[in-house]
Ligand binder design. Sequence first.
Ligand code: FAD
Length: 452
Amino acid sequence: MNHISEAARTIPVLLETEVLVVGSGPGGLAAAVGAAREGARTTLVDRYGCFGGVITQVGVESIAWYRHEGTVDSEGIGIEFEQRATALGGTEPESQSLSEALDPELFKCVADELVREAGVEPLLHCLAVEPIMDGGTIKGVVAESKSGRQALLAARVIDATGDADLAYRAGVPCRTTPVGEMMGVTVTFSCAGVDKQRFLDYVKAQAPTYKDWSTGWRIETSGKEDHLFSPYLQEPFELARQAGIIPEDVTSIGGTWGRISGSGEATYLNMVYLRGYDCTDVRDLTRAEIEGRRQARLAIEALRRFAPGFEHARLRAFGMTLGTRDSRKIFGRCDLTGDDVRSEARYEDAIGIFPEFIDGHGLLVLPTTGRYFQVPYGILVPQKVDNLLVAGRCVAGDKLSHAAIRSQMCCAVTGQAAGVAAAVSLRSGATTAEVDVTRLQTALRRQGVRLF
Ligand SMILES: Cc1cc2nc3c(=O)[nH]c(=O)nc-3n(C[C@H](O)[C@H](O)[C@H](O)COP(=O)(O)OP(=O)(O)OC[C@H]3O[C@@H](n4cnc5c(N)ncnc54)[C@H](O)[C@@H]3O)c2cc1C
C-alpha cells in the first residue's frame, strides 16, 4: 500500500473529562453508567446517532437467550438493561429461553435514559480516530465529527469499540482471529406482512431443536442441549435451493427469527451468515454489507415461497449496519481461555461471573446446570499502556472463550467493571493497572454485581 505523510496540526479541545468511554454497546454503555454512578465525571462517545451498539445498530434482540431453568446468571447493569426495557414496554418473552427479547428501537430510549439518569455526558455522531499518548499513558482521543477534528481529554479511557481500535492504535499488543477462522458477519433484516399465527403453527409442527444446528451450521452441542426448542429455520432455505431460488454456491443462508408482533412484523431475522470477511478491513466491510443485502433478499424470497405465514411478507428494514462478531482482541494482563470457561475458573481479581455459555467456533453449550466462571479483572487491563481499560467483546482471551465473553450480558459485566475500576483508580490516585482489587470489588458489590 502507498503511504503519504500527514502534516502535524493544532486542533481544538472539545472537552475534558475524568472517564472517557468510546463505544456504547453493552460493554461501553455499562462502563459509562458504572463509572458515573461511582462518582466520576464521565463522557460516552459513539460514532452513530444512538447508544446501544449491536443491540440498537444491528437490531440483535436476544440479550440473554442462554438463560434456562438452572442457569446461574450474572447480576448488575446488564440485567438492568433487560429490566428497564421491560418497564418501558420494550420487550417480549424470548422464544427459546427464560429471558426477554429487547425491542432495539425502544432500547435507544432505554440507553438515553440510563445515560441521563447517571449524569453521563453524551456525545453521538463522533468517531474516535486516534489515542492521545504521553509516553505509555493515554490522555484522551482525537475525534472526527461534523464539528471537525477535535481532542477529547480524559484521565482514564475505556476502549469499548468492539474491535479494540484505540488500544491497537495506542500500541497495545493485540491478536486478530485469522480471516478464515473469524466468526461470520450478518446483515440482519426485518419483514412486515407476516401472518404470525400461521408461521407459529408451522414452527410448532417442525419442532426445531438445537440438534438441527449441527446439520445447518456444523455446530456441535454438548449433548444436553439437543432436545431443547430453538427458533432455527432450515427447511424453507433447503427447498429454495432445490427450486433454484437460492443459487447452489450460496451456502450462508439459514438462521433464526426473533420477535413477531401482533401486526405481523418479524423484527429480527438473523439469516445470512457470511464467512471470510475481515471486520477490520474497510473494503471487506463494504463488500459484506452489499453481499449481505443481496443474500437477505434471497432469504426473503425463500421465506415467501416456503415458510407458511411469510407468503405476503415484504422487507421492512435492514439493520443500521453490518453485524460483526469477531475481530481484534487485546493481550491483557491475563488471557481467558476456553478451558477457563469450561472448568468454572475462579480468580482473586474476579469482577463478575458469567454462566458456562458458549456460542460459536463450532460449539454450543447452554448453561442448564448452574455452572459458571468468574471473570478476572486482568482481561480488561491491556499490556504496555497505562490508564486505558478495554470492555466488551475485545477483552483478552482465546477463540473459544470469545464465544462466551462476546455475549451481550458478559460484555456488560466487563463494561461495568471497567467503568467502576476507572472511577476507583481515579479516586485512589492509582493507575488502572495498579487499582486496589479489594476496593474495586467492594464498589462493584455496592453496585449490585455478583462476584461469586
Ligand atoms: C448478528 C449478530 C447476532 C448476535 N446475536 C447475539 C445474541 O443473540 N445474544 C448475544 O448476547 N450476543 C449476540 N451477538 C454478539 C453481541 O451482540 C456482541 O458481541 C456485543 O454486542 C459486543 O458488545 P460490545 O459492547 O463489545 O460492542 P458493540 O456492541 O459492537 O458496540 C461497539 C460500539 O462502539 C461504537 N464504535 C466503534 N468504533 C468507534 C469509534 N472509533 N468511535 C466511536 N464509536 C465507535 C459502535 O458504533 C458501537 O456502538 C450477536 C452479534 C451479531 C453481530
